[in-house]
Design a protein around this ligand. Structure first.
Ligand code: UGA
Length: 470
């Protein structure tokens, strides 16, 4: 098992709340999968002093990572990776067997994408478990970091037992709660750390891995495998429910003349509700909420304990974005004074923000992937602006033109649709941009601008749940 050794006092980044320790038990850990979760977790565990070897079957990616090239856009991650490589605490390999042999703890952080039936596709988890078992040269703790349905860790345990010869394996579940775009600071300043395990020995090793956080009074939730797996789904489903709820309230505000910003504040100041995740938008997207809410509804149905609440959240979110698609077309037609049956034909629409939220290049289940095709289908030509996600968007949205320059997007536009809350989009000064536009029509699905200011500038301005001044 890992040796305890003294390490010198280190410089800690400002985002790290942990008090510097002059001790840490260095754990040697293999991280299978260098996707978003694996790479961030691996790099951050290295940053807190452990020795991490990240494994990916993609040789080209491994070579790039060794050179410090990060395949995703995640603020601050490049520095963490470079620093950890420099200190010799983080390395990359395509050789899973060699990585497994050299450690006592193996994290599985591979993808669990949505299968066509809405369930999580666990094939990568199963493959990783088999490979770990076959490569094992001794007893190992296997930690499932990927988001997985309840029961998966036990299944991993069975696979390990079946293929692992005489070696014995312990299993732990350790869900991650990192947000894309904030991942490094979320790791360093967690609200809590959750792990579930099947033995006291497994829990003791997890305690060592996260010892520094516990010493700094980060709340630790140590529980069973099943509970830990379900905590992850429940957290995402609850947050998704808050977003869906506030989007419905924004629609109700529009219908009644109330103001959703005051409403969010008015309810969010109640500590039992909390202010976070009460910003209306074009519906939740990304690689987690849509997939995890759906997977949870299936899990609940199969357990003969259906969750009507989460089923409604899923419906509410998909209705919301479709409704917004119709609203955009109607608002454009009214603003232009168009009475044609198909008002969008031959119009040029600038879509500002293609990523599912700011500070990421991820467009999975992004509003842009629904709204842009809807506009294009109705005859509009769409130019999408995004600082990081243009390439990804071009790969999945047919006939979209993209740019990383806001003025290019706005030039000649008959309407502007704001979908992502990037700072650079928030900072647009609409008085200056007016001459570029063919018509002063702005549909702001992130509530980034003051309705009073937009009225003063004589824009036709639509936002969510906020009345325009009379
Ligand atoms: C989410 C969770 O927040 C993380 O805790 C979790 O670790 C992660 O999923 C995961 O399971 O891996 P993420 O998908 O990065 O993180 O994005 P969020 O910041 O949670 O936003 C999700 C969606 O909700 C986005 O489309 C965002 O625009 C939307 N949202 C969020 C709103 O529309 N309004 C809000 O007030 C907050």
């Amino acid at each position: 098992m890992p040796k305890r050794r003294l390490i010198p006092h280190r410089r800690w980044d400002s985002c790290l709340p942990l008090q510097p320790k002059n001790w840490v038990k260095i754990m040697k850990i293999a991280m299978i999968g260098t996707g978003y979760v694996g790479l961030v977790t691996g790099a951050c565990l290295a940053k807190i002093g452990h020795e991490i070897i990240c494994v990916d079957h993609d040789d080209t990616k491994v070579v790039a990572l060794r050179g410090g090239t990060i395949p995703i856009y995640e603020p601050g991650l490049d520095n963490v990776v470079a620093e950890a490589i420099g200190k010799g605490q983080l390395s990359f390999t395509a050789d899973l067997a060699q990585a497994v042999e050299s450690v006592d703890v193996v994290f599985i952080a591979v993808g669990t994408p949505q299968a066509s039936d809405g369930r999580s596709d666990l094939s990568q988890i199963e493959t990783a478990a088999k490979q770990i078992a076959k490569s094992a040269n001794g007893d190992k703790l296997v930690v499932v970091k990927s988001t997985v349905p309840v029961g998966t860790c036990r299944r991993v345990g069975r696979i390990l037992g079946k293929h692992g010869g005489s070696h014995s394996f312990r299993v732990a579940s350790n869900p991650e709660f990192l947000r894309e775009g904030n991942a490094v600071s979320d790791f360093m300043q967690p609200d809590r750390i959750v792990y579930g395990s099947n033995t006291a020995e497994a829990e003791a090793v997890m305690d060592e891995i996260y010892a520094q956080f516990e010493a700094d009074n980060v709340p630790m939730v140590k529980t069973t495998l099943e509970t830990s797996e379900l905590i992850k789904y429940s957290a995402n489903a609850f947050l998704a429910a808050k977003v869906a709820f506030i989007n419905e309230m924004a629609n109700l505000c529009d219908a009644t003349g109330a103001n959703v910003e005051d409403l969010s504040l008015g309810i969010g100041l109640d500590e039992r509700i909390g202010k976070a995740f009460l910003k209306p938008g074009p519906g939740y997207g990304g690689s987690c909420f849509p997939k995890d809410t759906l997977a949870l509804t299936i899990l609940a149905q199969e357990a003969d304990s259906p969750s009507r609440i989460i089923e409604s959240v899923v419906d509410s979110n998909s209705n919301h974005i479709r409704r917004l698609g119709r609203k955009i077309a109607d608002f454009c037609a009214d603003s232009w004074g168009e009475e044609r049956a198909n008002p969008l034909i031959d119009k040029r629409i600038a879509v500002l923000g293609l990523a599912f939220k700011a500070n990421t290049d991820d467009i999975r289940s992004a509003a842009s992937t629904v709204i842009a095709p809807l506009l294009i289908k109705q005859g509009a030509s769409v130019i999408g602006f995004d600082p990081e996600a243009t390439q990804a968007a071009e790969a999945v949205i047919d006939h979209i033109e993209t740019t990383t320059d806001i003025d290019t997007a706005l030039t000649g536009a008959d309407a502007v649709v704001v979908l992502t809350e990037w700072d650079v989009i928030k900072a647009i000064e609409w008085a200056e941009k007016r001459p570029l536009l063919n018509a002063p029509v702005v549909i702001d699905l992130r509530n980034l601008y003051a309705p009073e200011r937009m009225a003063e500038l004589e824009y036709h301005y639509l936002s969510l749940g906020r009345p325009n001044p009379a």
